[in-house]
Design a protein around this ligand. Structure first.
Ligand SMILES: C[S@@+](CC[C@H](N)C(=O)[O-])C[C@H]1O[C@@H](n2cnc3c(N)ncnc32)[C@H](O)[C@@H]1O
Length: 487
């Protein structure tokens, strides 16, 4: 199957040591809603079959680009280009003006459907979701103005001043950052290569909350996948290295869909291998995984949402989640018990110190997270109970009781009010004409609201034995608590 814009690239790839099993793997242009370019099985492919291999020398990272060496390794570090994504972005901008990777870089998208490039009015459609807060646009712009542009201007021998507006502009910085966000892999050094003086884990400039991209192509632990989240603590523990972030030609041509993965990248000493992880039938798409992310994250990083048939008969993403801010929980509990902000501040500070999070996540299984129950209890406690719990040094047990259920219901209702539209509004909007951005934003909101409504209904169905006695007991205990707190 010929994909004209890829032919020169595939020629370059194969002439530089890359291998593609052309008898079994073809590239194909799917409709934009299905991902655009992707790979397809030209024949039945058995599990374990190598689909293509990429020599490490064709991977772009701050380790393989010549720029850090030419810039001067010490100066590179002094300017903090070894931290986060700034260094790789600069390498990619520079390599685009050089020869080696041009046929690859020329195939990468220059336009994105990610909210990073949306207008303010489209961004309003994401109000209530966590997408906008996580865009990291301001951080990226600060990195560009604070370290990248000064580095560029300091070396006219490497970065021709007249090329700055074309190849090294802020817009190009965002384009390269978005390419990394949606296509990069985390390729560690081969074990023998690892030196003693590895730099510590680095934060990303674009990805404010969970900096590490994407696939760990590791033959020992192939679980982490393209786009998969890696908690910051894990990164530190594992010693994640900004120079692992890599652009991997051909591997980044695979699309992904919820639980459809049938291929995975493994790494070896001299090359990376894309291997079929199950039998792929002729005509089927070859799918990588981006980690079965919720639609909010898929939209933020990749610019699309996943829609698969749900058990309810609707279309949606079973991996959706809703984030509930601890500040909302504090507000609801404080209002209910007439708390002063001092009471809540002290407890929240302790909660965070004890390892609690400032966000709780409700998943599509509608389970109320133990952390939410525990947090509500902590905030609801009388001063005596609070002193006891603090003395023990352990957050309260996440045991549901009717007072907590009532608070959870309030929290869910208030969380729903953070969206400017209702679930019914969204369903109605989807049945009409919408631009791609607004359709995607509506799907993100709808997925989150379905979880909130489902959780609310589940809470409404919770009944404790002898509810009257319990409720009375809870009312009097709430009054007692309030009294104790006022003392
Ligand atoms: C790693 S690239 C995959 C190759 C890409 N299709 C291309 O043409 O270069 C990731 C991008 O592919 C697109 N994509 C991947 N899976 C998709 C899907 N299930 N639905 C829609 N777009 C998808 C998104 O634009 C995403 O940012």
């Amino acid at each position: 199957m010929s994909t004209p814009n890829l032919d020169a690239f595939v020629f370059w790839f194969e002439h530089n040591g890359g291998y593609i099993d052309n008898e079994r793997v073809g590239f194909h242009v799917f409709p934009p809603a299905e991902g655009g370019r992707g790979a397809i099985a030209l024949q039945d492919i058995p599990e374990g079959h190598t689909l293509f291999t990429i020599p490490r020398s064709l991977v772009i990272s701050t380790r393989t680009s010549l720029l850090p060496e030419r810039f001067g390794p010490d100066e590179w570090k002094n300017r903090q280009l070894n931290q986060g994504w700034a260094g790789l972005i600069l390498c990619m901008m520079w390599e685009a003006t050089q020869g080696k990777w041009a046929p690859y870089l020329d195939t990468l998208p220059t336009e994105f459907d990610t909210p990073m490039f949306w207008t303010e009015s489209d961004l309003n459609a994401l109000k209530g979701t966590s997408v906008v807060d996580k865009l990291g646009k301001a951080d990226a712009e600060q990195d560009y103005a604070g370290k990248v542009l000064p580095a560029i201007q300091s070396r006219p021998d490497l970065f021709q001043p007249e090329l700055i507006p074309v190849h090294y502009s802020l817009y190009q910085y965002h384009v390269m950052g978005s390419r990394i966000l949606s296509r990069s892999f985390n390729v560690e050094k081969w074990e023998d290569e690892v030196g003693d003086d590895e730099p510590a884990a680095q934060n990303s400039c674009m990805d404010v909350d969970d900096p590490a991209p994407l696939v760990s192509a590791n033959s020992d632990s192939p679980e982490r996948a393209h786009g998969e989240e890696v908690a910051e603590e894990d990164e530190e523990e594992e010693g994640e290295d900004a120079s692992d972030i890599s652009m991997v030609p051909v591997a980044d041509l695979l699309n992904a869909r919820y639980e459809a993965e049938n291929a995975k990248l493994f790494y070896e000493e001299n090359e990376l291998k894309m291997v079929a992880t199950k039998r792929i039938m002729k005509g089927e798409q070859i799918w990588n995984t981006y980690g079965d992310l919720p639609n909010a994250e898929l939209l933020r990083r990749y610019g699309h949402v996943d829609l698969v048939p749900l058990s309810t008969g609707e279309q949606g993403n079973p991996g959706d989640i809703v984030e509930v801010g601890a500040d909302l929980v504090v507000d609801v509990v404080s209002k209910r018990y007439d708390h002063s902000s001092v009471v809540a501040d002290e407890r929240i500070e302790w909660w965070l110190e004890e390892g609690g999070d400032d966000i709780v996540v409700i998943e599509a299984d509608l389970e109320i997270p133990p952390a939410l129950i525990s947090l509500i209890k902590l905030l609801s406690f009388s001063s005596d109970e609070w002193r006891k719990v603090r003395g023990k040094g352990k957050p309260p047990k996440p045991k549901l009781d009717s007072a907590t259920v009532d608070i959870i219901k309030d929290v869910l209702v208030r969380r729903l009010q953070q969206y400017p539209t209702s679930l019914q509004d969204d369903e109605m909007a989807l049945s009409g004409e919408l631009s791609l951005n607004l359709r995607n934003a509506t799907m993100v909101r709808l997925g989150e609201k379905r979880i909130l409504h489902g959780a609310l209904q589940a809470m409404q169905e919770v009944h404790f034995e002898n509810p009257k006695r319990k409720r009375d007991a809870m009312v009097s205990s709430a009054k007692t608590n309030k009294k104790a707190r006022q003392q």
